[in-house]
Write a protein of this length. Structure first.
Length: 144
């Protein structure tokens, strides 16, 4: 019977801590019932941050293109790698930082260690075991 007391204390402590965390995340003000809340845009909403002279600051981060639509052919450059996960997967570590799981392509060209420029079709209709990133079906591949 002495082992139930520590377990009960542990469960009670966990419940209390969970309640405190939830209370800390709760909003501090609640609107009245029946009233509507309209968000107010800030003066700089949607504008790039500006320097003291009023001109926009240049961005140091790379410009990210809008996401490609499923089935759209995109062009990506990067390093081909073989990841030994669930039987092995071939991936492209793109220069943009995105990892694509490659599907198809000439194995004499699309091989580990090769830096390639690949034109491929994004495929969200395919599920894989590796789950190493979006599936890119290789249309063409050439050394970059």
């Amino acid at each position: 019977m002495t082992t139930r007391a520590p377990l009960t204390h542990l469960l009670l402590t966990g419940t209390l801590l969970g309640g405190l965390l939830l209370a800390a995340c709760a909003p501090t003000e609640e609107p009245e019932v029946g009233s509507s809340v309209t968000p107010q845009p800030s003066a700089s909403a949607g504008l790039p941050p500006s320097s003291p002279g009023g001109r926009p600051k240049p961005s140091m981060s790379p410009q990210i293109p809008p996401p490609a639509k499923d089935g759209e052919v995109i062009s990506v450059t990067g390093l081909v790698e073989r990841v030994e996960l669930e039987g092995g997967c071939t991936v492209l570590r793109a220069d943009s930082g995105t990892t694509y799981q490659l599907m198809g392509g000439d194995p004499k060209v699309v091989k580990p260690g090769a830096t390639l420029r690949i034109q491929g079709r994004l495929r969200s209709d395919i599920m894989t075991i590796c789950q190493m990133g979006p599936v890119l079906e290789v249309v063409t591949a050439q050394p970059s």
